[in-house]
Design a protein around this ligand. Structure first.
Ligand SMILES: [Zn+2]
Length: 132
């Protein structure tokens, strides 16, 4: 399809949604709480710890998270708001469009920050507002 270079495919959209849902779970504490609750339950339920043949499976989510936690938003509450807003835009079919100029945000940028609202040009403008 010509001209759709910057448009996200359904698969990519699904990947972004999966990331946003996961990120949201991490931010609201679902993931960490689940892990600690699980280990507590295991110790409490087993009377004799030395005979428990239980091994917590290695949870391989760390790398996935680290790839996306590269700075940018330091405040978790703010990030959660952005994640929710991005999911909302996805539901409305507006995901991946710059809120300022309404142009598609390049995929390369969405893959780093899926919940970004602005394209790079507009983001630059926002951070560098000329004094009048
Ligand atoms: Zn823009």
């Amino acid at each position: 399809m010509p001209g759709s270079k910057n448009k996200l495919s359904t698969k990519e959209l699904h990947e972004c949604r999966a990331f946003l849902m996961h990120r949201r779970a991490v931010l609201v504490g679902d993931v960490t709480n689940m892990n600690t609750t699980m280990s507590k339950t295991v110790s409490a339920a087993s009377g004799d710890l030395s005979t428990v043949p239980y091994h917590m499976a290695d949870v391989g989510t760390d790398n996935f998270e680290h790839e996306f936690t590269l700075g940018l938003i330091e405040n978790e509450e703010e990030e959660l708001r952005e994640v929710d807003a991005a999911l909302d835009r996805m539901d409305k079919g507006k995901f991946g469009l710059c809120e300022a100029c309404k142009k598609p945000i390049p995929k390369s940028r969405l893959k780093i920050i899926p919940y970004t609202r602005l394209c790079i040009e507009c983001k630059k403008g926002e951070e560098n507002i000329p004094s009048q």
